[in-house]
Design a protein around this ligand. Sequence first.
Ligand code: GUN
Length: 294
Amino acid sequence: MTAKILDGKLIAQEMREEIAAEVAKLKAAGITPGLGVLLVGDNPASRSYVTGKEKACEAAGIYSREVLLTAAASKAEIMAVVDSFNKDPQIHGILVQLPLPDSSIEQEVIASIRPDKDVDGFHPVTVGRMMLGLPTFLPCTPHGVLQILKRSGIPTDGAHVVIVGRSNIVGRPLANMLSQKSALGNATVTMCHTRTKNVAQYTRQADIVVAAAGRPHTITADMIREGAVVIDVGVNRVEDKTAKNGFRLVGDADFNEVKEKASAITPVPGGVGPMTITMLLFNTVAAARNLRPT
Ligand code: GUN
């Protein structure tokens, strides 16, 4: 079997057109959705994500403002920027790019974001509401995964989804969302992680495998059953002397061999990545419309 390639770029484009139309309506009503972005330090991957987010905002008609702090910035300086975004009526959504150079302060910084501006979906109040199935901002990458499945006609209802990876940004919220009694959920979910014994014994039972471990070669063809769907959330830089900037992006799955066995697979790049940014735009517009009940 050769897998259908799930074109996240195309799905993202469709959604961005819907979002741009929504932005135009809001602007006509005198509201320009605004996103405040804080980048601390000069991690090249983070820089590149932030640039992608800004370009996408501009294309959708969303105002974005970036604040850059050096890696040496203190917690107080970081919190002061968040506070200024919290108080700024032009800023409806706030994004603090992770990881912070000092990861020990991440939770405190996230907790200082106003929950009604938490378009990343990382604040404890937002996470709690999601967990309870209450209306809230859904975290962008897992929500992007669900939209790819939905818009590709791949049902989650009754499916066995095996997620490899338990991060706070992807694996754990995705497991929660998929297990909810809701249109995008109703799945039976298994989560594997670094302490799981024999990951392959679980992935081979899956209708849908989500690779979110952050490590190349995590999912190989022998680990999936014929006809499974593979969603690859990995974005790994591997050295490539033939590439312009000396590296290329690969996912967590061995794409070339897995695509010969799966029924559908997301490529890297061009799969989940563009959806993450799209869901951020979606949440920013929702924040501007003040749809999130507090
Ligand atoms: N770092 C990797 N993914 C994300 C994300 O979705 N949001 C933020 N803020 N940082 C990230």
